[in-house]
Design a binder for this molecule. Structure first.
Ligand SMILES: Cc1ncc(COP(=O)(O)O)c(C=O)c1O
Length: 494
């Protein structure tokens, strides 16, 4: 029997949208780091560093963050309800965790953590999330508006699916951006409308700049439907001031834009003079209700004190959409049947943790504060280390988990990068990795305005603050030594 021997799909015939976007945090540098790691496994001692330090990804537990005991206890019990009938369980697990697990198991379909659930997530877990949001904001939240999701990423993708009809639909996104946004907008066939954050203004958001971008997009024929705001910011580490947030809310309301508020770093705030305020709270405090403004806020168990990014848990809260639209969103959510149960449970625990008076409250708070204080220390240590280097400036890391320093490269380094056919930041990041084993992400991976950078001879790198305090202490001299020799090498030639 004859058959068609040509490949049914090739790189030429694949969906072209797939080929357009890039995702540098898992891109060239990550692959190069893995190659080096394999090489070092085969020939120990072949490199002048003992191991690769993966500062390219925000992967807390891979870099040593300990899971919260209460979370893991409840998860284990939910997965093994038979343990609740054994005497020794009372010795091994806290009464708090046992009580919570019993409650959750009662609400799981078939009392089993392996069942499909409601596509929006188990009702009682959504109630827990809604009550956590209400306690955080001081404004009501309804379980019907909560969608539990497989991490914030799937919620963001779902939002783009709902919003984007064609290439003529635009979504305002910050630059430098978290590249999930451009990837998702491209994959869903829309157009990203970038606006620049102000590095000289502590990576704040200038309304006149957003307005300029919105107007240009409209003149170009786009219908701009939504605006993404990431607060605290990735890769920039800023925490927006409340006045800035108020301006943004007023702007979105006036322009009829859906606010897509990425708030996954809400528990990662390190400075005394800034606090996390959800955009929903800011809008309600200004007196705007669901009829005035549409807000979708995203949160996740990946970051903050949870650090459970491999569990894929998160939620979106949707406010200000009509019942008919909500019905359509539920339909889209049901296409993937349901979010994973472990992620749903964790999300409910993170938003409704032990309270004062609960037996495990003190231990929970101690673990949570330990993580936050240590991250605050690391944020300070790393940003001052970067700032102390010749030709580098680094804004204060107010929140999130990254430093995003700017490097003024010597002209000869830029020329050498060009000769190798790579961008200056990729050139620097590759040299850094080869010399020290420290993997960072070139700033161009966040679509940082390259035209501007080239003109001034500057570029950026993103380095996570997640490696432990000891590891960071040990990393800094290597970083300094490399940077000095890099600058000397190229300064001499320029
Ligand atoms: C700004 C931002 N939004 C969303 C996400 C995705 O988070 P999740 O792991 O919940 O999908 C990340 C992860 O790094 C992020 O940095």
């Amino acid at each position: 029997m004859s058959y068609n021997k040509t490949a049914s799909i090739t790189a030429e015939t694949i969906n072209p949208k797939v080929k357009i976007f890039d995702y540098e945090p898992c891109g060239e540098i990550a692959r190069h780091a893995e190659r080096l790691e394999q090489e070092m496994e085969k020939s120990p001692g072949s490199r002048p560093f003992p191991e690769i330090t993966y500062c390219n990804l925000g992967n807390p537990q891979a870099l040593g963050q300990r899971p919260i005991t209460f979370f893991r206890e409840v998860l284990s019990l939910c997965d093994n309800p038979a343990l609740l009938r054994r005497d020794e369980t009372r010795m091994l697990f806290s009464p708090c965790a046992i009580n919570r697990a019993r409650k959750i198991i009662e609400s799981m379909p078939g009392r089993n953590s392996g069942a499909y659930t409601n596509s929006q997530g188990i009702r009682s877990l959504r109630e827990a999330v809604a009550s956590g949001i209400a306690a955080r904001d001081g404004f009501p939240s309804r379980p019907e508006d909560i969608f539990l999701t497989d991490g914030a990423s799937s919620a963001i993708n779902l939002s783009m699916q709902i919003l984007i009809r064609s290439q003529e639909d635009g979504v305002l996104c910050p630059l430098p951006e978290y590249p999930l946004y451009s990837a998702s907008i491209i994959l869903h066939g829309g157009t990203m409308v970038p606006y620049n954050l102000s590095e000289d203004g502590d990576w704040g958001l200038e309304i006149f700049e957003v307005k300029r971008c919105l107007e240009e997009a409209r003149i170009a024929g786009l219908t701009v439907r939504a605006m993404v705001i990431i607060n605290p910011g990735n890769p920039t580490g800023q925490v927006l001031s409340i006045t800035n947030q108020e301006e943004i809310v007023q702007f979105c309301r006036k322009e009829g834009l859906v606010m897509l508020a990425d708030e996954v770093y809400q528990d990662n705030v390190y400075v005394e003079d800034r606090k996390f305020h959800s955009f929903k709270k800011v809008a309600r405090s200004l007196g705007y209700d669901e009829n005035d403004i549409s807000i979708v806020s995203f949160h996740s168990v990946s970051m903050g004190f949870s650090g459970e990014c491999g569990r894929r848990g998160g939620y979106m809260e949707i406010c200000g959409f009509g019942d008919d639209v909500m019905g359509e969103i539920r339909k889209v959510a049901s296409v993937t049947l349901c979010p994973n149960i472990g992620g749903q449970i964790l999300t409910s625990l993170a938003m409704d943790p032990p309270k004062l008076g609960d037996g495990c409250f003190e231990n929970f708070m101690a673990e949570k504060e330990d993580i936050r204080l240590s991250l605050a220390k690391r944020a300070k240590t790393l940003s001052s280390a970067f700032s102390s280097l010749e030709g580098m400036t680094c804004n204060k890391v107010e929140g999130a988990i990254y430093a995003f320093p700017r490097i003024h490269l010597p002209a000869a380094a830029i020329k050498a990068a060009k000769a190798e056919g790579v961008s200056p930041d990729m050139f620097y990041a590759c040299r850094l990795l080869d010399a020290t084993g420290i993997a960072v992400v070139p700033g161009s991976g966040f679509h940082q305005v390259s035209g501007r950078n080239k003109a001034t001879g500057t570029c950026h790198i993103r380095c996570t603050i997640l490696p432990g305090e000891e590891k960071i202490k040990e990393m800094i001299p290597r970083l300094k030594e490399f940077h000095e020799s890099f600058m000397n090498e190229f300064r001499d030639r320029s």
